[in-house]
Ligand binder design. Structure first.
Ligand SMILES: C[S@@+](CC[C@H](N)C(=O)[O-])C[C@H]1O[C@@H](n2cnc3c(N)ncnc32)[C@H](O)[C@@H]1O
Length: 305
């Protein structure tokens, strides 16, 4: 039995007593939403995920059981279009974004997310998207590969690895996670190999799924299109994402962002959010022990004003 990350905190903070609508932007195996629905049965839930397999599973299992349910396959970056199509723009009470890949992505070897299994270099969460890890590895310019490895994870061997990939692909296309792993193993000290592979595979995955860009876009649009009173809960799992959320929330709590030397406000910025978690909420030791994958989770909450 899987326990959703920070479940009790999500249930307590969602503020859904007597409310109508909840959107879960990252459905996966519906663990959070299932508990929310059990606690607040009056709620209508919109579920979004970009992974076809998750959607099919959810449809098969859930639509017949719960009438108050709408399952949508889409990328949450398309928030504006989704809200318009589903006419949910002005009625939302709480939204949850529990980002990142799901553990099942790593378990499905054929999707190439993990360097611990051999599989085709794919790494798409949305299997209908056109950009795959194979495209990135075989077509990106050496300098762009270097930037991705360096920018996302400060990989110390970024330059060396980008060069090695480009040398190898001149001879033959790099097709599998095993091939990529082996060529990195040729130039990295075995002592640091696992941590290097972890960083490189994560960096490629972030690039394939445009993960940081979609998060920024979603935050911006969520703030723009949804009406006052909604509450936004974001759970992120690594520092790059958490930094984006923290910075966005802080910026949107400000009324003016003019530099101090400007005597009168010229930016015309208006406060749009009120942060309700000054510090991120993190799992307890007990939760981490039960579910080690929750270790890096950070939850931040804000309200539209
Ligand atoms: C950590 S899981 C969510 C777990 C879920 N809260 C639960 O309790 O079962 C993250 C899910 O978000 C989905 N996802 C990630 N990025 C997405 C995006 N840009 N648009 C839509 N879904 C996305 C993944 O396919 C994955 O199923």
């Amino acid at each position: 039995m899987h326990t959703p990350v920070l479940l009790e905190k999500v249930l307590n903070k969602a503020n859904l007593e007597g409310k109508k609508n909840f959107i879960d932007w990252t459905l996966w195996l519906w663990w959070h939403s299932k508990k929310i629905f059990e606690k607040f049965p009056q709620i209508k839930i919109f579920w979004i995920d970009q992974d076809e397999k998750n959607i099919l599973l959810a449809k098969k299992n859930l639509e017949k059981i719960w009438k108050n349910l709408k399952i949508i396959k889409n990328n949450f970056a398309n928030i504006e279009k989704i809200c318009e199509q589903e006419n949910i723009k002005w009625e939302v009470d709480c939204i949850l974004l529990d980002i990142w890949v799901a553990s099942t992505h790593f378990d499905q070897w054929e999707r190439g997310f993990s360097f611990q299994n051999d599989g085709p270099l794919d790494m798409r969460m949305d299997t209908t998207a056109t950009k795959t890890a194979r495209n990135v590895i075989n077509n990106y310019h050496e300098q762009d590969l270097f930037i991705i490895f360096k920018k996302y994870w400060e990989e110390p061997s970024a330059r060396k690895i980008a060069k090695k990939i480009c040398e190898k692909r001149k001879i033959e296309t790099i097709k599998t996670s095993e091939e990529l792993k082996n060529l990195i193993a040729e130039i990295i000290n075995p002592k640091f190999l696992n941590s290097t592979l972890k960083r490189i595979f994560q960096a490629i995955r972030i690039e394939v799924n445009d993960e940081l860009w979609v998060l920024e876009k979603w935050l911006e649009w969520a703030c723009e299109v949804l009406a006052p009173w909604w509450r936004i809960i974001v759970i992120s799992y690594h520092s790059l994402e958490d930094r984006i959320v923290k910075k966005f929330f802080r910026n949107e709590e400000k009324n003016c962002i003019c530099p101090p030397i400007v005597p009168i406000c010229i930016c015309n910025k208006k406060q749009r959010l009120k942060i309700t978690t000054k510090k991120p909420i993190i799992p307890t030791e007990e939760e981490i022990e039960k579910n080690p994958r929750s270790r890096s989770a950070k939850m931040r909450i804000a309200e539209k004003i």
